[in-house]
Design a binder for this molecule. Structure first.
Ligand SMILES: [Zn+2]
Ligand SMILES: [Zn+2]
Length: 436
């Protein structure tokens, strides 16, 4: 063996030792994290009501020595740990769950209910995996504090409320997240994936998640007896025409090379067979990547609805009303340089075969907001596989349909998922804040 080979072998061994020691620490810590995960899974709180969840996360960080600020932008939690000179890295977890009745049949399934904002009692479930995010977040904090001799800089760890209603990131930024606390040089976050195998991670370079807008349309008419349509202006027929016409925005007005979605997700009108109603209500979700496509789609919806109303003979004061809700989520952009760097880190952590490069999707995530504040902060949200290996194989062979995120059946395989989340996020932070 020549000298270079000996050095290469020694270097490889030393790398393995350090990789193994982190892995060993995570394995040892897993019972603690498992308990935390099951607690969070059984106690889900919906958007804007994450009071106990925030308290739990704040308590975990406080115990590790973080300076804690609570009730920041709603139920937001900000933890700051200063560990000498160096870069500031922000790690974000979301806190909220969904109004869904869990049907996984797990022994630790959620049985919780909460009142929603209309005062209606609803079942709650972590059907988007935010309980996994929180557990991996706490696990990462525990590893980084135990290994604080290996990094230098300021670590900011935030628990963000109301991701599902797209209000949390905006509220925390508005309250002064980047002014009252050290401004990050990097932002990092995890989101689970319902189609990647547990033990793997997925990374998108560049645009990863879409612009999201919610739009309400109220189609008005002049109601009456179902037997005398000639004396009415039927809003149901007009609404049907509007739904059809909206489909031509994406197919006829937007370049086939530009991603866009117009989905009418809800339509309600009328009360009985023989009554022509006065009103139909619709709820739409819009997705896009570019600002031009977003603005064109919003304008086209207004143009089509009002002109179809005119074509139906409605007077100007009864034309459909289009409201763009204040729930806009901007597209999430993964800084390509940061993504490339961390792909290298992830490959060392979980092996090359377990790091998958993904393409962009039309889902939305308000984590994107943290990277958009000028001057823009390099940010990365990576995907964490959750699917148990046996189920993953069956699904690949076409023998099983995997539940999606937001499904009552979504059930991650906790151990490999959480361990991989802690290992990849800890190593990502260690890489960005490594002591020279
Ligand atoms: Zn979600
Ligand atoms: Zn989510």
């Amino acid at each position: 063996m020549n000298k270079a080979l000996v050095w290469a072998a020694l270097f490889a061994i030393s790398l393995n030792v350090s990789a193994n020691s982190l892995q060993d620490q995570i394995t040892k810590d897993y019972p603690y994290l498992d308990k935390l995960y099951k607690h969070l899974h059984q106690n889900p709180e919906i958007s804007f009501q994450e009071k106990q969840t925030a308290k739990k996360i704040a308590g975990e960080l406080k115990e590790l020595g973080f300076g804690i600020t609570t009730n920041f932008g709603g139920h937001g939690v900000v933890g700051v740990f200063k560990n000498g000179d160096g870069p500031t890295v922000m790690v974000r977890t979301d806190l909220d769950a969904l109004p869904i009745k869990e049907q996984t049949g797990l022994t630790y399934a959620s049985k919780k209910t909460q009142k929603d904002r209309d005062g209606k009692v609803t079942h709650t479930m972590h059907a988007c995996g935010h309980d996994i995010h929180m557990t991996a977040f706490v696990g990462t904090a525990r590893r980084l504090i135990d290994n604080k001799d290996k990094w230098s800089g300021t670590l900011i760890m935030i628990g963000q409320p109301a991701e599902e209603r797209s209000g949390g990131a905006k509220a925390m930024l508005k309250e002064g997240l980047f002014e009252k606390f050290p401004r990050p040089d990097y932002n990092l976050a995890i989101h689970v994936s319902a189609d990647l195998k547990a033990g793997t991670v997925g990374v998108v370079k560049g645009y990863a998640m879409a612009n999201v807008d919610s739009v309400d349309i109220v189609v008005r008419g002049q109601g009456g007896h179902g037997a005398y349509p000639q004396n009415t202006k039927d809003p149901i027929v007009l609404a049907a025409q509007i739904v059809q016409s909206l489909q031509t925005i994406v197919s006829r007005e937007i370049s086939p090379l530009e991603p866009a979605v117009v989905t009418v997700g809800s339509i309600h009108g009328g009360s009985q067979h023989n009554i022509i109603s006065n009103e139909v209500k619709m709820q739409l979700t819009l997705r896009s990547y570019s600002n031009e496509v977003r603005e064109h789609t919003l304008k086209a919806i207004k143009r089509m609805t009002s002109n179809l109303g005119r074509a139906a003979g409605l007077p100007e004061d009864l034309l459909p009303v289009v409201t763009v809700l204040d729930e806009y989520t901007p597209a999430a952009y993964n800084n390509p340089k940061l993504a490339t760097k961390l792909i290298g880190v992830f490959e060392k952590t979980v092996g090359k075969d377990n790091v998958i490069e993904l393409g962009p999707e039309m889902v939305g995530e308000d984590f994107g907001r943290y990277g958009q504040v000028e001057p823009k902060i390099p940010s990365l949200m990576f995907r964490l596989g959750t699917v148990e290996a046996g189920k993953f194989k069956k699904a690949k062979d076409g023998k099983l349909r995997l539940p999606t995120l937001h499904s009552a059946d979504f059930a991650p395989d906790p151990k490999p998922t959480i361990e991989t989340g802690v290992a990849t996020m800890s190593n990502a932070v260690l890489e960005l804040m490594a002591k020279n």
